[in-house]
Design a protein around this ligand. Structure first.
Ligand code: ADP
Ligand code: MG
Length: 255
């Protein structure tokens, strides 16, 4: 991928080196500290997350797994700053996002997080190329550069020939790949994805996993994914299991 986008990680992050013994960075890319989340529906309070602690190392492909309803989407949304937890703190790249104002948080997310939503969230009135290019123009990239880079990203997800298609003219799998290309626009150092391969066949699922893994390994990006997909476990570095809103264990797959 061509890097035309300015990206300035916080200075204390820029020079952190992976230690010789391959120990993870002292400063994790993503950290949740005692995060709890409750939802109020009418008079009922539902505790979706309870005191979750999680650290994701920079450059890792880290999976969040667990049964349906265990709180995976809620946790991912909190880690991406989309939802505010009822309790606890979230740090991304050394920045405590739970302390940022709304506008500072929006800016931080724009510059640092590529998010792939479970339902794709494409703009229905924009074609595939425009959906991806928009993610770049909102970051201040010129229209022309944005279109070139968007085409490049669509090629990487195998959709160059669908650039002019509207979302309603694409299959679920194709829309999912557009959403992935859009999340990668501008090379955000943190990529968060909610079941990114759920609508993909085995060939395209593999291509997407390989692309995400390559980004993590070559560019030192961090990929946090919610998934049920056993194919992904093979290429992951770390898995965290969630059950009833609590961490039920984890596995380091690097060893
Ligand atoms: P998962 O992604 O693991 O399937 P979710 O994080 O979507 O689980 O949901 C966890 C639990 O929180 C579920 O029981 C769900 O019904 C509840 N929940 C999620 N979002 C809301 C909401 N906005 N209001 C009320 N309950 C919610
Ligand atoms: Mg979910």
């Amino acid at each position: 991928m061509t890097a035309q986008i300015d990206f300035n990680p916080p200075s204390k992050f820029r020079h952190t080196k992976v230690q010789e013994n391959n120990a993870p960075d002292v400063l994790p890319a993503i950290a949740a500290h005692d995060v709890s989340m409750s939802f109020q529906t009418g008079k009922q309070t539902f505790q979706a997350l309870q005191q979750v602690n999680l650290k994701v190392s920079r450059g890792d492909v880290h999976l969040l797994m667990g049964p349906s309803g265990s709180g995976k989407t809620t946790l991912l949304s909190i880690l991406a700053g989309i939802l505010t937890p009822t309790e606890g703190r979230v740090e991304l790249l050394g920045q405590e996002i739970t302390r940022l104002s709304r506008s500072k948080l929006a800016q931080f997310r724009l510059n640092h997080i590529g998010f792939i939503f479970q339902g794709f969230n494409l703009f229905p009135a924009l074609n595939a190329l425009e959906n991806v290019a928009l993610a770049l123009t909102v970051k201040g990239v010129s229209e022309r550069t944005a279109r070139l880079e968007a085409m490049n990203l669509l090629e990487q997800v195998g959709l160059a020939d669908r650039a002019k298609n509207m979302p309603k003219e694409m299959s679920g799998g194709q829309k999912q790949r557009v959403a992935i290309a859009r999340a990668l626009a501008g090379q955000p150092p943190l990529i968060m994805a909610d079941e990114p391969t759920a609508a993909l066949d085995s060939h395209n699922g593999h291509a997407v996993i390989e692309l995400l893994r390559r980004l993590a390994k070559e560019n030192d990006h961090t990929v946090l994914m919610v998934t049920h997909d056993p194919r992904i476990v093979d290429v992951a570095d770390q898995v965290t299991y969630l059950e009833d809103g609590m961490i039920k264990g984890g596995k380091n797959l690097k060893l």
